[in-house]
Write a protein that binds this ligand. Structure first.
Ligand SMILES: C[S@@+](CC[C@H](N)C(=O)[O-])C[C@H]1O[C@@H](n2cnc3c(N)ncnc32)[C@H](O)[C@@H]1O
Length: 214
């Protein structure tokens, strides 16, 4: 029997969806489900929120398949709305390389065939109360799971403006086989980051790879 996993996200549904968004969920989303058999460059973004960074990844990596995972239905609908023609609901050409996993990413990652060049996690839910700490996504066990889906030379890029969580993640990494590596990457301000700007100073970023310094 599968181990019951602790829920790492909050609500799955927000306000009622518009008829267009409902149609996109029902008619387009099934065609955008990822397929483990695809080969080539692949990038995963976990917890994409409204999907603005998934879209930026798509623009910057037209040769790669971008898979976004997000269990919040309204977030999935927001991304679908942004990548389609608002009259025909057809997928806009620059977004042909997007795939959407509308659920907990840990379910997708049960399939060992999914291997990634980059895995992005921007502003994971911080679950700041001590009694909720077990709901934090970036536990050592999860980072180890991600490392098993990372190609050689691949990178995990984590960003959070919750500095306590950042330090906590650093401690978790010590209990994995992953290393902190240096590197350059382009970043955009996500919706969650923008909402939180009043409370926090600036995001901190962390890049993880398989080998020390490489
Ligand atoms: C604080 S929001 C940040 C959203 C977005 N990255 C941003 O910066 O605006 C964290 C997101 O992670 C998603 N999330 C949490 N646990 C997840 C999981 N196990 N699999 C996929 N997404 C998850 C939540 O639904 C939520 O939308």
């Amino acid at each position: 029997m599968e181990k019951q996993e602790i829920r790492t996200f909050g609500r799955r549904h927000g306000k009622k969806l518009s008829p267009r968004k409902m149609a996109l969920i029902n008619d387009l989303l099934p065609a955008l489900m990822p397929n483990p058999e695809n080969s080539g460059r692949r990038i995963l973004e976990i917890g994409f929120g409204a999907g603005e960074h998934v879209r930026a990844l798509t623009n910057d990596n037209p040769d790669a398949e971008i898979i976004g995972a997000e269990p919040f239905v309204n977030g999935v609908a927001a991304l679908l709305s942004a990548i389609t023609d608002d009259k025909t609901n057809a997928l806009l050409p620059p977004y042909r390389n997007i795939r959407i996993w509308p659920d907990d990413v840990r379910i997708l990652l049960r399939d060992a065939k999914y291997m990634f060049d980059e895995i992005w996690i921007l502003h994971p839910d911080p679950w700041p109360k001590a009694r909720h700490e077990k709901r934090r996504l970036l536990q050592a066990e999860f980072i180890t799971l991600l490392s098993q889906h990372l190609k050689n030379g691949g990178r995990i890029i984590i960003g959070t403006d919750h500095w306590d969580y950042y330090d906590w993640i650093l401690d978790q990494v010590k209990n994995t086989s992953m290393y902190i590596v240096s590197g350059e990457f382009k970043i955009i301000e996500t919706r969650y980051q923008h909402k939180n700007m009043a409370d926090t100073a600036a995001p901190k970023y962390l890049i993880l790879g398989h080998q020390n310094g490489i």
